[in-house]
Design a protein around this ligand. Structure first.
Ligand SMILES: CSC[C@H]1O[C@H](OP(=O)(O)O)[C@H](O)[C@@H]1O
Length: 382
């Protein structure tokens, strides 16, 4: 189950509330989520006490973003273990909550493996629960550290590609602290450029239909004080044509062994525009997003979401995501069917570089990614 606690929407605070945190009140451990479907109008926290509540929060995008899904999934396994629920069932439900972001499976399996290792070794359930929680906390910390290291590598790459600073970056969807235990992936690079005085403008794609850019990236950019401008997704082409984009920075939900990148729908057209206009298309993602067990882009399962997310418009206060009709304002005739893939896949030849906490991969090849994974602590999922 999940309870909701509203907070004042004080948009002037320098930093937002954490996207998630583990708490241990007297009535029992909980996972507290900042409900991202209510931003930017309201800062509402969801308090999850079991895996089904977290599964629903993941499916409705109350908690979202590949790296954070991994952290949330790991804590979800720990929550089931600490509260005495069936941990194997919880792990299976959490792992299948959304299919595309590989980090979710990585995080769930990491905590579940820690739990099973103790149980299968004859340890008691309390010890096993402690091992799952320790694994979740470690993943949370590793993600925060990875975010900081990606920001350093990413800014160095921007400075190398475009000496002199004044970077005009276009970004798509949301890749800041709302998707990470730290300051994010692609947005963390833009933030580092801003703090170094080398970000001239962040162009923010609104990112239809769920508006992660308009609602969440603008929310984070406003807090940071950086110069940013929102645009409709279909206006990006004219920005490239006007020579207003120096680089594209996006995140990723799964990077296949051949370097194909699954990311928010609309990323592939940006990669094509970037190639046509000779602009670097840079993917920023932790190594946990690289999945050696997925051979190529065609093997990536792209999540198909409910049509009402396209056929309805709603205010941020009324969640639009989810399996049932969102209760929004129809913008198409009732009964209109909609094509609503949550992601698309960019082939490696259109990706200038992949920035990870272990460094920059460019060109993006199967061999270079395999060497990256070999260098990293990453647990490959079989
Ligand atoms: C860098 S992880 C953020 C990644 O996740 C987003 O998808 P969603 O909002 O559906 O979770 C989008 O693909 C971002 O690039």
């Amino acid at each position: 189950m999940a309870d909701q606690y509203a907070h004042s929407g004080d948009n002037k605070r320098p930093t937002g509330m954490p996207a998630l945190r583990w708490e241990e009140p007297p009535e029992g451990p909980v996972l507290v989520l900042l409900d991202q479907t209510r931003l930017p109008a309201e800062e509402v926290e969801l308090v999850c006490t079991d895996a089904p509540a977290l599964v629903e929060a993941i499916r409705s995008l109350a908690v979202r973003g590949a790296p954070l899904l991994g952290v949330a999934g790991a804590y979800g396994v720990a929550l089931a273990a600490v509260r005495g629920y069936d941990v194997d069932d919880a792990a299976a439900a959490l792992e299948s909550a959304r299919p595309t972001a590989v980090n979710l499976a990585v995080g769930v399996r990491r905590a579940h493996s820690a739990y099973r290792a103790v149980v299968d070794g004859g340890g008691d359930p309390r010890q096993a629960a402690g091992a799952a929680l320790a694994a979740a906390r470690q993943l949370h910390q590793e993600d925060a550290e990875a975010s900081a290291r990606m920001a350093v590598h990413g800014l160095a790459l921007l400075d190398e590609l475009m000496p002199g600073g004044g970077h005009r970056i276009l970004t798509h969807c949301n890749t800041g602290s709302l998707v990470s235990g730290g300051e994010g992936t692609a947005f963390a690079v833009a933030l580092a450029a801003h703090r170094a005085g080398r970000l001239r403008r962040l162009w923010v794609d609104e990112t239809r239909p769920l508006l992660q850019g308009a609602r969440l990236t603008a929310y984070e950019a406003a807090r940071s004080g950086m110069a940013y401008t929102l645009l409709t997704d279909n206006a990006a082409g004219s920005l490239f044509a006007a020579g207003e984009v120096d680089a594209v920075l996006v995140g990723a939900d799964r990077i296949a062994a051949d370097g194909s990148v699954a990311n928010k729908v609309g990323s592939y057209p940006l990669a094509v525009l970037a190639r046509y206009h000779h602009v670097p298309f840079i993917v920023v993602a932790p190594v946990t997003t690289v999945d050696p067990s997925t051979p190529d882009g065609a093997s990536i399962e792209v999540e198909q979401r409910p049509g009402h997310e396209v056929t309805e418009i709603t205010a941020p206060q009324v969640p639009v995501a989810g399996a049932e009709a969102g209760g929004g304002i129809p913008v198409a005739p009732l009964g209109t069917t909609a094509y609503n893939p949550a992601f698309d896949v960019t082939p490696p030849e259109l990706v200038t570089a992949v920035v990870t906490e272990e460094g920059v991969v460019s060109p993006v090849t199967t061999e270079a990614l395999a060497a990256l994974c070999a260098r990293s602590r990453q647990v490959t999922i079989s």
